[in-house]
Ligand binder design. Structure first.
Ligand code: PEP
Ligand code: MG
Length: 895
């Protein structure tokens, strides 16, 4: 018989390897308990219990007994009883999922307080005010979270008391005021729910656990999970832990500490401390915290001890850790730890430093950074002149530069973002309810809260620009404006620039300059801690990756840039872009040609232009492969719009003959589904002379470059092949022209001729196609369109948002390769082709070639290279390196 499921684990029973069951927080508490750190005792209700609850609407029947048993153990360990009238034990109830979701789910503190035990606590602690403050917090938190009372009602009651007392902060409310406030809170609960605030501690605990389960499916949590690609079915664990108090006077306090600076990665203990404060005050940014360094003067012993614990944790986890801690009357307690979130800048610097310190290997250091982070660092920064006076200074909470229209609430940010307008969300401080607006906005600016406030933590996690605590600003959301200390008024819709690196806000749109990292990447060298860390990580990635990285580039300028950014060639040069602009007239002439002579003339006019294009690109990529794809899109894309032409002709008194002919051609060539029409190889086979002209231009460019002493490596690629017969015919024509040019110039031309695999039929018949191809390049854009039977342009605009919301798509299959469907076709084709030709070169040139998750897949599928837009090259190199490491260690987490 299988063992019955165990739903409750005491901290001492778990470890960090059990994060799936105990959640990240529970696993961390268990691990710290095992390390002998001063963790208040407690127990964890597992994610399995949550899953049962979410599936059935009921807790598993065993949970009650197991929790009661664990609680009894906790009571014994503490020598106190939950909610007892004398010296009560109080507990906190906190969510904790497998992946950190800061602020997204519920926490309830001080469970166990009621009308009687509040007096017991006051007596036992000698802190009457603190006891009542805790009780009123419990009624407030429990009322809002568990009983569903509108939190604003409590806030309004507090504000009224403050106003009556002329108090600026809650801190100034005395015991009498807090007793009255608690009664008012209980009245609010009764009035709003028809139920009294529960006095029974066991009932409080059970309902709090259930509320945490429920919060897994709260709006905030669901939005966050979708954004972070966290599966919906993991459920959350719940941690029940003995309360310790930071609000017992000047020798107490609470704080957050990091083993290094999570914003810059700088070495050294870092954080915030709030004396005489409790629980979530620091994270909520309700009062301004002190820098952690001030604890040194306030309580040197606690400071030193904290430093020791941080070092223990960092050495143990071998990574940046953060902790929440409380000092209760000079005694230090560690309440939580995890591997800390960090900015992109900090990620690179910390990985680099840990490697230099010998804590991690070069391979491990590479797993600690990501392509997405690297891309973020390549973004431009503001070009600030000495004369640019900021509107305000604040805490630089999340680096980068952003320009946008000021908005004062989440809904407005979302509305404007939907209309394509960049915004800056300005709040006094943010709460989890602001999450949709934070996602929609370019930057977040708050007038309160520190580096560990909600705004700062969430923005950093998202890689959003954020400036906090810009206290010179008076934010008035009701009037939709903010005022600076010098009286400047900024209204909703006005443009501001937010510098998250410097912590400044400027009126208007400041000019942007490239980032140091971006510049260093283009040059391949640079100085400064961050630049060195990035270049070091990339150098290691380059040394371990198996995948080559090429660029999609159609012009010599792009090719030069791509080469600087590390391209090992061009994987896709789309030739149709060369038919636009002034050349359109020549393409028109070719299409309208009435006979072979006229067509040959038009093509002859295009030939030297194409030759010049190819020469420039081959020169820029001298010595490296350049895959040139013959023209792909339907020719009518080069003709004017049918309706416009028709209107023009109808309105003309003397209709233009050329326009008339054009309209005839447009009507003749009109297709219902052009993406499935006369395009790709079909075009090359159907339009006489077109393919020959392109091949000749390539061949002549190669000869020209050879004569100039260059090393051109052009490869000719045939698009949209569905059957090997098409490729055979196209290949024969290509070889004929190559032989012709070779004979004319006396230069042997042995250019590889390959094909794109971008139709399911091509993938399925890859073994046959491989016989006629020198290489394969997967066009995963078309392969995705044709496998799913959906048009990217139409679908993305119409039903994609719905599909993402409903969870049908986790991410767009056009961004990240659909491994189960499109990916299987790729894998099948590679395997089949390699059986025919083990050395057949294979790559991918669709958009997926630059997507981190897809790159890991292509590595595993055994492709030789990925090709992507130039700006994505550094990230692609990095991810290709990470993919190679993941392959050997199998521990990568690409999410
Ligand atoms: C593709 O289909 O993936 C591809 C690279 O070609 P295009 O996007 O030009 O159709
Ligand atoms: Mg294509």
């Amino acid at each position: 018989m299988s063992k019955p499921t165990k739903y409750v684990y005491e901290f001492a029973e778990g470890s960090r390897t059990m994060a799936a069951l105990l959640g990240g927080k529970g696993a961390g508490l268990a691990e710290m308990t095992g390390l002998g750190l001063p963790v208040p005792p407690g127990f964890t209700v597992t994610t399995e219990a949550c899953k049962v609850y979410l599936a059935t609407g009921q807790e598993p029947p065993e949970l009650g007994v197991e929790a009661a048993h664990a609680l009894a153990g906790l009571e014994r360990a503490m020598g106190r009883t939950l909610g007892a009238p004398e010296d009560p034990l109080l507990v906190s109830v906190r969510s904790g999922a497998r992946f950190s979701m800061p602020g997204m789910m519920e926490t309830i503190l001080d469970i166990g307080l009621n009308d009687e035990s509040v007096t017991g606590l006051a007596k036992a602690s000698g802190q009457e005010r603190a006891a009542w403050d805790s009780y009123r917090r419990l009624v407030q938190m429990f009322g809002r979270t568990v009983m569903g009372v509108d939190g604003d009602l409590f806030e309004a009651a507090i504000a009224a008391h403050r106003a009556r007392r002329g108090a600026a902060t809650d801190h100034e409310l005395d015991t009498g005021e807090l007793v009255l406030l608690t009664e008012e809170f209980k009245d609010i609960v009764r009035k709003e729910t028809g139920e009294d605030f529960p006095q029974d501690p066991a009932e409080q605990l059970a309902r709090a656990i259930r509320a945490v389960f429920d919060s897994w499916n709260g709006e905030r949590a669901r939005v966050y999970r979708r954004r972070e690609h966290i599966p919906d079915d993991l459920g959350t664990a719940v941690n029940i832990q003995a309360m310790v108090f930071g609000n017992l006077g000047d020798d107490s306090g609470t704080g957050v500490a990091f083993t290094r600076d999570p914003a810059t990665g700088e070495r050294g203990m870092y954080g915030d401390y709030l004396p005489d404060a409790q629980g979530e005050d620091v994270v909520a940014g309700v009062r301004d915290a002190l820098p952690l360094s001030e604890l040194k003067a306030l309580d040197p012993r606690a400071y030193v001890e904290l430093g020791d614990h941080l070092r223990t944790l960092e050495a143990h986890y071998r990574d940046l850790c953060d902790v929440e801690f409380t000092v209760e009357r000079g005694r230090l307690w560690i309440l939580q730890t995890r591997v800390g979130k960090r900015t992109a800048e900090a990620a690179f610097r910390i990985a680099h430093d840990l490697r230099e310190e010998g804590t991690v290997t070069a391979d491990e250091a590479l797993t600690r950074v990501s392509g997405a982070e690297l891309t973020r660092l390549m973004f431009p920064r503001f070009d600030v002149k000495a004369t640019d006076q900021p509107l305000a200074h604040g805490v630089p909470a999340s680096p980068g530069a952003a320009v946008g229209a000021v908005v004062f609430d989440s809904a407005e940010a979302v509305r404007r973002a939907a209309a394509g307008e960049p915004t800056v969300l300005v709040r006094r401080e943010t709460t989890p309810d602001d999450l949709p607006g934070m996602i929609a906005a370019q930057a977040v600016l708050t007038s309160r809260g520190g580096k560990t406030s909600h705004a700062a933590v969430v923005a950093r996690g998202m890689g959003k620009v954020c400036v906090c605590d810009a206290e010179e600003l008076t934010v008035d959301p009701a009037a939709r404006r903010f005022t600076t200390s010098t009286g400047t008024v900024v209204r909703e819709g006005d443009t501001v620039s937010v510098d998250g690196t410097a912590g400044t806000v400027h009126l208007g749109a400041l000019p942007l300059t490239a980032s140091d990292v971006g510049r260093a990447l283009e040059r391949g060298t640079g100085t400064g801690a961050l630049t060195e860390a990035v270049l070091g990580a990339l150098a290691h990635a380059d040394s371990v990756r198996r995948l080559e990285v090429r660029a999609n580039a159609d012009t010599p300028e792009d090719a030069v840039r791509a080469r600087a950014l590390g391209a090992q060639g061009i994987g896709l040069c789309r030739t149709e872009h060369m038919f636009l602009g002034e050349r359109r007239a020549l393409v028109e002439a070719m299409i309208l040609a009435r006979d072979d002579t006229a067509r040959a003339q038009a093509l002859a006019a295009l030939l030297p232009l194409q030759r010049t294009d190819f020469t420039g690109i081959l020169q820029a990529m001298d010595g490296l492969p350049v895959t040139i794809r013959l023209i792909d899109p339907p020719l009518h894309e080069f003709l004017p719009d049918r309706t416009e032409l028709a209107v023009r002709l109808a309105g003309a008194t003397h209709p233009d003959l050329h326009d008339r002919q054009l309209l005839d051609a447009v009507e003749r060539m009109h297709e219902q589904n052009p993406m499935l029409g006369l395009r790709g190889v079909r075009l090359g086979l159907a339009v006489p002379g077109l393919m020959a002209m392109q091949v000749r231009a390539i061949a002549e460019a190669v000869v020209g470059r050879l004569r100039a002493g260059g090393q051109p490596h052009a490869e000719i690629m045939i698009p949209l092949v569905g059957t090997v017969e098409e490729l055979r015919l196209a290949r024969a024509e290509t070889e004929r022209v190559l032989a012709e040019v070779a004979a004319e110039t006396g230069t042997p031309l042995d250019l590889p001729i390959g094909t794109m695999i971008e139709l399911p039929r091509a993938a399925l018949t890859a073994a046959r196609i491989a016989k006629a191809a020198d290489f394969f390049s997967f066009g995963t854009n078309d392969l995705t369109q044709t496998t799913w039977g959906l048009s990217r342009d139409d679908a993305e605009a119409s039903f994609f948002p719905l599909y993402l919301e409903k969870g049908i798509f986790e991410t767009s299959p056009f961004e990240t390769i659909d491994q189960e469907g499109v990916g299987r076709l790729v894998q099948f084709a590679v395997t089949a082709a390699r059986e025919v030709d083990p050395h057949l070169e294979t790559g991918v040139c669709g958009e997926h070639g630059g997507d981190p998750q897809s790159i890991h897949f292509f590595h595993r599928a055994g492709l030789d290279y990925v090709s992507c837009s130039p700006f994505r090259l550094p990230a692609a190199r990095l991810e290709a390196g990470r993919a190679a490491i993941a392959d050997t260690t199998d521990t990568s987490d690409t999410r």
